[in-house]
Design a protein around this ligand. Sequence first.
Ligand SMILES: [Zn+2]
Length: 329
Amino acid sequence: MGEWIFAGGTVVRSTGVEIADIRVSGDTISAVGPHLPAEGADVIDCRGRWVFPGLVDPHTHMGIPIKQVRSRDDFASGSRAALQGGVTTLIDFTVWEARQSLEESIRQRQAEAASSLADVSLHANITRLESGLADAIETAFGLGVVSFKVFTTYREAGMMLEYPQIREVAEILAVRGGVLQVHAEDDRLIQEATAPLVAAGSASPRDHGRSRPVAAEVEAIRRLGTLHDVTGCPVYIVHLSSAAGWEAAREENLLMETCPQYLLLDERSYEAPDGHMFVASPPLRSPEERDRLWEGIKDGSIAAVGTDHCPFCRRDKPAGLPFQDIPNG
Ligand SMILES: [Zn+2]
C-alpha cells in the first residue's frame, strides 16, 4: 500500500486555511498537520499550491441531446477534464425521454455514467407529469436519486411544467424528503420579451440576452418562494444568473447555485465577433449584476457553484445563426 506526503501546501479545510502536510496511506488520509514525519513515504512538494478536498460539481450535462446535436463531452472525457481541475464528484442530470418511465430514465443515465473516472451522482429531470409520480419518486430514492429538476421555461422543447404542476411535485418531495431543483426563468416574460425581437427580425447573440431578462428570473423565483412557503419543500435554484435573483431567492429562503460564467463574464461578450459562443441560458448579465452576485458568495447565501458544463464544438455553434437556433451551453 502506497504512502505519500503532500508537503507544505495551503490546505483548505472546513475549519479554515492552513499551511500543512497531508499523509495519505493507500486511499485514506491518515494525518494532516505541520511537518509530518516523511519516513517511508513519497513526498510531493505542494509549497505555493492550494490543496482542496475533492471538489463536487453539482451541475453537469455530459452527452445530452440539445437542438440537433449532443453536448460534446461524454462521461469518460468530461470526468477526465473534471479530475484535472480537482473535481472528483460530478452530479449530472437524467434525460426523461418519451415512452420511458422515470426509473428507466435514471437507469439509462446510470449506465451512461459507468464510463466516468470520477464519482457520479444524478439529479432526475421531471419534464412531464404522469400518474403514479409519487411511486416513481419513491423508486428513484431507491436508486440513490433525491433531487429532482423542473423547468419553468422551454415549453417549445416539451420540458416545461406549469407552476401548479411544479407544486404537485413539491408536495410529493416535501413528504418524502427530497429537494426540488428549478430552472427559474418565467416563460411568459421570456415570450413577452422575445416577441418584439422576432417581429423586428432581431436575432443576434445580444438579443438572446434581451429575450431572457433578469425580470424573468426574479418572477420565477418569487413564484417558487410562495410554493416553498406553502409546501415546505426545499427549493434549489440552479444556475442563478443575477444579483436581483439572488436577493429575491434570499428573501424567499431558497437554496441557490450559481456558475462561474455569471461571476466572471458579462453581456458585453455578446458584442464580440465570437459572441454567439457565449449563448447559454440564463444569459450573461450586466457588469453590475455580475459584480453584485459575488456578495452572495461572500455571505454564504449562495450554497453552491456548479459549472453547468454542457460543451459544444465550434462547428455546433456557427456564426450567424439566429439566437433561437444556437445550442445553449
Ligand atoms: Zn444545466
